[in-house]
Design a protein around this ligand. Structure first.
Ligand SMILES: NC(=O)C1=CN([C@@H]2O[C@H](COP(=O)(O)OP(=O)(O)OC[C@H]3O[C@@H](n4cnc5c(N)ncnc54)[C@H](O)[C@@H]3O)[C@@H](O)[C@H]2O)[C@H](O)CC1
Ligand SMILES: [K+]
Length: 506
């Protein structure tokens, strides 16, 4: 595992650092090393001679900031310090004293502050214990309103290290330099408006110390490009044929939502799955054939509202001839017998969109209890609350762990920070996405892509959860790439399908 995959709480970080100190690394030496690494990084962002304001807190976050202040001062930046605290930790106080002997200007009142080009936020790190109030809160709000770039050390001051919630108020960082290991709060949805562009500053924490504290297999992992690409069925074996590359059945579409079937099919196409069958209402059959000539389109009997009345497969093909089934996009809730009809299939089953709404209607847990094979649910927040109305939804990570554990399914909760949990409570968080994906149809593409990937891993030692994480990563990277070229307004779902391949090429 690479450092980028780990996610830690404040307690875990404190325990890991305590091991390093007990092993003999002096605290001051670590702070010096960290301050030097931050300074190196800052010099790549702030051109020489610029004016840099440094916010200094009472703890070691402040200590880091003072090391940075001193080093930027020696490198010719115009540095001033804002340090409004009366009591500082010993090491922080020594660093503060030295900056004063270097005549680096220091202010206690925001009214006296000079102008600045950049602000370094060293108020609080993972030692934040309570709400930020009074003059500190006023200062944080003052700096936020100045609308000038702020670089937060470790965590934007004011954010809860584990939950990402705002304690009173919080710095809205342009960049967050997270130190050593990713803090869990930075990956929480509610932290998004405060974290800005986050990067990890590795200060050589020994892997042994990490595993000693968080165990051999961490409960919560951050999806990275390395882990995502490692599970793709690439390269393909030289000797293969279309039936060995999986056979996916999509059950989707209705006269009201024909496009959902097409988008799901296009997502599946991009996955490279060997055989693709798409069951749609009979009246959509020719439309799908025209859009996806390589797919086997199955025209099903339809209700008078134009929804699939039942999944009627051609003779000698039954549900168990497929290596994955995905059901839901564009289905409508007109016919709720579809879910019970397919729930017994022996291959991995993905339920999305209206299949989830039907599942919620007929009873999530009792229905899923019938499953003998893997099930993946891909709700957005609204569908998730309907599926699991009785669980606490405040902390998204705990909510999907509970839902997965109660239902026995893998739950992928879509959002700005899509999170995945398996029934054992292992969690994968997708750390990057784009608001460009917040459009109708994006989810259909993900369902097709995920279905196609799941269909290809049969009898391989790839965990289903890893493929689900890969699909989430791939889908969001396509959105990010498309938004880069077409702006965040230019990523309609069809365009998104066209950017799936370029992500792999990249
Ligand atoms: N542990 C190390 O040696 C290293 C830590 N790193 C950096 O230091 C911080 C963690 O340092 P710590 O002193 O534990 O906590 P903070 O600097 O975050 O400050 C907490 C400090 O502030 C007081 N406090 C907490 N909440 C409030 C509040 N709402 N209002 C006022 N005061 C508050 C609390 O009593 C503490 O004294 C970590 O994030 C890193 O930045 C180094 O990177 C490596 C060495
Ligand atoms: K900070």
């Amino acid at each position: 595992m690479t450092k980028e995959q780990f996610v830690v709480t404040a307690t875990q970080m404190r325990q890991i650092e305590a091991r390093i100190f007990t092993a003999g690394m002096p605290v001051a030496a670590l702070m010096e090393k960290v301050g030097g690494l931050i300074c190196q990084r800052l010099q790549a962002i702030i051109s020489p001679g610029k004016c840099v304001g440094i916010l200094v807190g009472p703890g070691h976050n402040g200590g880091d900031a003072l090391v940075v202040a001193r080093e930027l001062h020696f490198r010719g930046y115009q540095v001033w310090i804002y340090q409004p605290f009366s009591k500082l930790k010993e090491l922080t106080s020594q660093h503060f004293q030295y900056t004063q002997s270097l005549k680096i200007p220091c202010y206690q009142e925001i009214s006296q502050l000079p102008s600045y080009d950049f602000l370094i936020d060293g108020l609080f790190g993972f030692g934040l214990e309570r709400e930020i109030t009074d003059s500190i809160a006023a200062a944080v709000n003052y700096f936020n309103h100045k609308n000038q770039p702020i670089i937060s050390i470790d965590i934007p001051s004011g954010l809860h290290t584990d939950t990402g919630e705002v304690l009173g108020t919080a710095i809205q960082a342009t960049y967050t330099f997270c130190l050593g290991l990713w803090k869990q709060g930075l990956l929480q949805e509610q932290a998004l408006p405060y974290v800005g562009k986050a990067e990890l500053i590795d200060f050589d924490i020994p892997l042994a110390d990490i595993h000693a504290v968080i165990g051999d297999i961490p409960k919560i992992k951050r999806i990275t490009q390395t882990t995502a690409l490692s599970t793709l069925p690439l390269p393909r074996p030289l000797i293969t044929h279309k039936y060995k590359q999986g056979h996916l059945l999509l059950i989707c579409g209705s006269q009201r939502y024909a496009g959902g079937a097409i988008l799901t099919g296009l997502g599946a196409r991009a996955s490279g799955v060997g055989m693709l069958s798409i069951a749609v209402p009979e009246s959509l059959k020719m439309l799908l054939v025209s859009q996806l000539p390589e797919a086997l389109i199955i025209g099903c009997p339809e209700t008078e509202t134009g929804a699939i009345a039942s999944v009627q497969l051609p003779e000698n093909i039954d549900l168990n001839s497929f290596t994955a089934i995905a059901c839901g996009p564009g289905l409508t809730k007109d016919n709720i017998s579809i879910v019970p009809e397919i729930i017994q299939c022996e291959c991995p089953l993905i339920l999305d969109a209206d299949a989830l709404n039907i599942l919620a209607q007929i009873g999530t847990i009792p229905t899923l209890k019938q499953r003998k094979s893997a099930t993946v649910l891909t709700p957005h927040t609204g569908e998730f609350k309907r599926l699991f109305p009785n669980i606490d939804h405040t902390d998204r990570i705990k909510a999907i762990q509970t839902a997965a554990q109660e239902s026995g399914a893998i739950v992928l909760l879509k959002g700005a920070r899509t999170a995945i949990s398996n029934p054992q409570g292992n969690v994968w968080i997708n750390p990057e996405s784009t608001p460009a994906l917040a459009r109708g149809g994006s989810g259909d593409v993900l369902t097709g892509l995920l279905g196609g990937l799941l269909a290809q891993i049969m009898n391989k030692e790839i965990f289903i959860e890893d493929i689900v994480a890969t699909a989430a990563w791939w889908h969001s990277q396509a959105g990010i790439l498309a938004a880069q070229t077409r702006t965040e307004l230019g990523v309609d779902a069809f365009t998104l399908t066209q950017y799936l391949m370029p992500v792999l090429k990249k």
